[in-house]
Design a protein around this ligand. Sequence first.
Ligand code: NAD
Ligand code: UDP
Length: 326
Amino acid sequence: MHVVVTGGSGFLGAHLCEALLRRGDTVWCLDNFSTSSPENIAHLCGHPGFRPVRADVTAPFDVPAPVHVVAHLASPASPPDYDRLPLETLAVGSRGTENALRLALRHGARFLLASTSEVYGDPVIHPQPEEYWGNVNPIGPRSVYDEAKRYAEALSSAYRRSRALNVGIVRIFNTYGPRMRPYDGRVVSTFIRQALEGSPLTIYGDGSQTRSFCYVEDLIRGITAMADSGCDGPVNLGNPREHTVRELADLVLQATGSRSRIEYRPLPVDDPTHRQPVITRAREQLGWSPVVSIEEGLERTVAWFADQARQADRSGYRVRPALMEV
Ligand code: NAD
Ligand code: UDP
């Protein structure tokens, strides 16, 4: 198959490109590198099926080849990133999604939208099934991401209804693993970096808020299963094991053997109090469920971060001090 991956150089995009190439697909990787670096896909560049393209998908785009699937992942995804890029986040969720939908329509391709558990906002239903409509503050700082994704879901559903486009929507819950940026501001990457540096782990609020963390290999298996299916969705993809942020800090300290202390910081505005997916639909319609435990996933992620830090040290690059955090 020929697959277009928008946001293909990002954390999930690079893993998806890798998985698709491994099974023999030709992959068009479109990215403007606003929240990633070309280094993230450098290891794929010698592959005969890999076509990396610098492109901002908020402007119309095409690829000079047949297209069977468009996987639309382009969007800032970490809270500090979309806080820094509010208008860009709204643009890629709206215009970017429409351009990706039009590409799929022109080529008769399946369209896969990478939506998010953030469409549930600060949920009053727990755990969250796909039938839940969510509780989003439409004007708060997180709204640029949440509402852009909700609009992207509405737009994709309208293309399905009015243009008979083959659309599938996945709602991705917090995912972690190798290739996260150490300074992306997300909790797993931040705690691992801080633990490896020996600096304090920064817990926002009292650490009682929960998230359910999915290892990236599991998640990518879910995305490819959705791409290969004719399933409309939305389908939740995430690991149903729920942890408080405080528990996560302890797990990271165990996985790294670090003696870093915990430091408490103010909770960001509208930070969701809990998050846990119901994955019955993914199990029944895709035959998917995650298999990597958080202990195993953290061990693999820590090994990757430690290796990156060693390579950076050898090349003279020093991990930036905590003061420089975004
Ligand atoms: P990421 O920031 O690592 O990757 C996003 C990629 O999109 C980056 O490479 C960025 O440069 C690119 N991009 C942004 N705007 C663009 C534009 N206008 N044109 C072209 N490229 C653009 O984030 P990620 O974690 O890999 O997330 C990928 C997708 O999955 C996002 O749509 C995100 O909303 C969704 N998602 C991720 C998670 C998670 O836990 N990682 C959870 C829910 C949803
Ligand atoms: N968080 C934290 N310390 C950090 C970064 C994040 O305590 O250094 C918290 C954050 O407030 C949230 C949770 O960890 O409650 C998950 O944050 P992340 O940004 O990874 O994901 P999201 O909030 O988008 O689910």
